[in-house]
Design a protein around this ligand. Structure first.
Ligand code: ZN
Length: 275
């Protein structure tokens, strides 16, 4: 990626209209990225995708996507398992037609399985996904996301390991989820630095230069994530994170998932540019 691009999870709230208008609005706000939110449904058709691609290209906006929430790659239910794979592949297919850059998803739940077994099952599923996606796009990143609760697969160790084990996979690092799932840890410059050092050491410079990240204010309880908040109402230390991002010359896309998506994205971009 050319630089660190700040963007919103979905079309900016101030947009009057659809995805196409949203992309134009991102440029008007002087942001540089937007995540297509397929979380409730894959709401862009094959026919519409070329228009979305053109809008993104004309406005120099990088597109990422968030696959549907109804995914559990560790499900015992065969139907659910295969549907989960399809959701991710189909999200990637549409994102690819929009010339999007990266697809993130919540991989699943441990349920009654132990961590090791869950890892193996999810790894097999992700391998299947990557194989299918490579048939139509060999550049798009497939990114399991750091999840906000201890009951969900996806801590930093698991995602780094998965990225090493499967070609074409990199983590989507959701710093607010990481902070919530570790009940308030991973919230200082020192800890952020350790994360970037580890990412560089284990996944290479390419990972630091192509990071897909999520940040929002967040509230957590003893089980982890409760709900998203605006940054200023949350204990999440985004200023220290921005410092570490600058220090490590991280490039890629940082998507803001606060309830006031564009305001907090702009706040972070402004703070970052001051450093
Ligand atoms: Zn997510």
């Amino acid at each position: 990626m050319d630089k660190l691009r700040f963007g919103t999870a979905g079309i900016p709230i101030c947009t009057k209209g659809d995805t196409l208008k949203g992309i134009g609005q991102i440029r008007k706000l002087n942001l540089d990225a937007m995540e297509l939110e397929f979380v409730h449904s894959i709401n862009i058709s094959k026919e519409k995708a070329p228009e979305v691609m053109k809008a993104a290209r004309d406005n120099n906006v990088v597109l990422t996507c968030h696959a549907p929430y109804y995914i559990n790659l560790n499900s015992d239910d065969k139907k659910k398992y295969h549907a989960s794979i399809s959701y991710i592949v189909n999200s990637a297919r549409i994102t690819s037609l929009c010339k999007g850059w990266s697809v993130c998803f919540h991989a699943g739940y441990y349920m009654k399985t132990d961590k090791e077994k869950t890892y193996e099952r999810i790894k097999d599923a992700v391998k299947k996904i990557v194989k299918e996606v490579k048939e139509f796009d060999d550049k798009i990143w497939i990114r399991p996301e750091i999840s906000g609760k201890g009951s969900q697969f996806g801590d930093l160790d698991e995602l780094i390991k998965l990225s090493r084990d499967v070609d074409g996979v990199m983590p989507c690092i959701d710093f607010s989820h990481l902070y919530a799932r570790t009940i308030g840890e991973n919230n200082s410059y020192k800890e952020f630095k350790l994360i970037f050092e580890r990412v560089e050491k284990e996944l290479g410079k390419v990972a630091l230069e192509n990071m897909h990240m999520h940040v929002s204010g967040i509230e957590y309880g003893e089980k982890g994530e409760k709900n998203h908040l605006i940054l200023k109402e949350s204990g999440f230390n985004y200023k220290e994170l921005l410092k570490a991002l600058k220090e490590f010359r991280v490039k890629g896309v940082l998507i803001c998932e606060s309830p006031n998506i564009e305001e907090d994205a702009l706040l972070m971009q402004k703070e970052f540019n001051k450093l």
